[in-house]
Write a protein that binds this ligand. Structure first.
Ligand SMILES: Nc1ncnc2c1ncn2[C@@H]1O[C@H](COP(=O)(O)OP(=O)(O)OP(=O)(O)O)[C@@H](O)[C@H]1O
Ligand SMILES: [Mg+2]
Length: 288
């Protein structure tokens, strides 16, 4: 069943002024439950604008936004509920931390939902654990944390609401490669554990190749495609025209294929490439 659906969704900034800009143009989408999805597209292609429609932060200029089959704008009183069901984490969310302690910051969303103290406490602990945050940190001021831990505290605050859909707009911006990988594995574990849908906006083809099942590709305000990650990367030429590229390892594998090595196509992660090369070497050794 689809959790999110858009029908001809269109959004124009500053309509009727000289600054008018259509950032999302007639997008039709059907997003499933329990999926890890990457959202890619050239800068300015409309990714963030589209994401802000999913939890009702922006209202379509025309077209529809449906959550679990219901138009989220049909009854404004229900918008609050929509924001609990679809959690949105902006870029650099750590700037939105404000409570005295990390625990209180993570508890802020669940408290707003009207949950009981015991449930809130268990969610705070469980979420901190999922993100590999030391429990000792929970009683500290969020401002005393390192950059990576601050980011986790902010993301945990939204995860603790256990939204059916979690949207993360560039959650790894500014983190070093090791930090990025750890954060993305923790996000993937969260998705598996909660069986929710996670949308990950990213500029890194390597990250989406490794961590997502499907890709939503935006180009100049339009939906270019929404399909399995592997299938999208098979369209290397088209991606190039959109100002995107396949993961670097895929280009390396292609060069090896051109040199005559019998390597399969569809190798988009370092792990998959390593296994294919090892298999080829094994074959070679057996033939000797
Ligand atoms: N508040 C705004 N007012 C006017 N135009 C805007 C506003 N926000 C975004 N835009 C324009 O809408 C278009 C889409 O912007 P959006 O931020 O959704 O793109 P994006 O794909 O998220 O880009 P990035 O990869 O840089 O984050 C861009 O042309 C942008 O300049
Ligand atoms: Mg953006």
């Amino acid at each position: 069943m689809s959790i999110l659906k858009t029908e001809g969704l269109t959004y124009t900034y500053s309509a009727g002024t000289p600054f008018e800009k259509t950032a999302v143009d007639h997008v039709d989408l059907c997003i499933e439950e329990n999926k890890m999805i990457g959202v890619i597209g050239h800068t300015g292609s409309g990714k963030s604008t589209l994401m802000q429609h999913f939890n009702g932060l922006l209202k379509p200029t025309s077209g529809k936004m449906l959550l679990e089959g219901e138009d989220i704008w049909a009854d404004k009183a229900k918008l609050r509920e929509v924001r609990f069901k679809v959690g949105l984490v902006f870029q650099y969310p750590e700037y939105q931390l404000f409570e005295e302690t990390v625990a209180k910051d993570i508890a802020f969303g669940p408290k707003n939902m009207g949950l009981g103290d015991a449930e809130i406490k268990s969610r705070v602990l469980e979420t901190a654990d999922m993100l590999g945050m030391d429990r000792e940190l929970l009683d500290r001021s969020p401002f005393a944390l390192s950059g990576g831990q601050k980011r986790r505290a902010a993301i945990a605050g939204v995860m603790a609401m256990r939204p059916k859909v979690l949207i993360l707009d560039e959650p790894c911006a500014g983190l070093d490669p090791k930090g990025r990988n750890l954060m993305l594995s923790q996000i993937r574990d969260y998705q598996k554990k909660t069986q929710s849908t996670v949308l990950l906006v990213s500029h890194s083809m390597e990250d989406v190749a490794e961590f997502t099942e499907k890709l939503l590709v935006m180009s100049k305000a339009k939906l270019f495609c929404y399909e399995e990650t592997n299938k999208v990367f098979r369209r290397a030429e088209e991606l190039k025209q959109l100002g995107l590229r396949v993961p670097q390892i895929a280009s390396v594998m292609q060069s090896l294929r051109q040199k005559g090595y019998d390597l399969p196509e569809d190798l988009y992660t370092v792990e998959a490439a390593k296994n294919a090369i090892l298999a080829l070497l094994g074959k070679g050794a057996a033939e000797c």
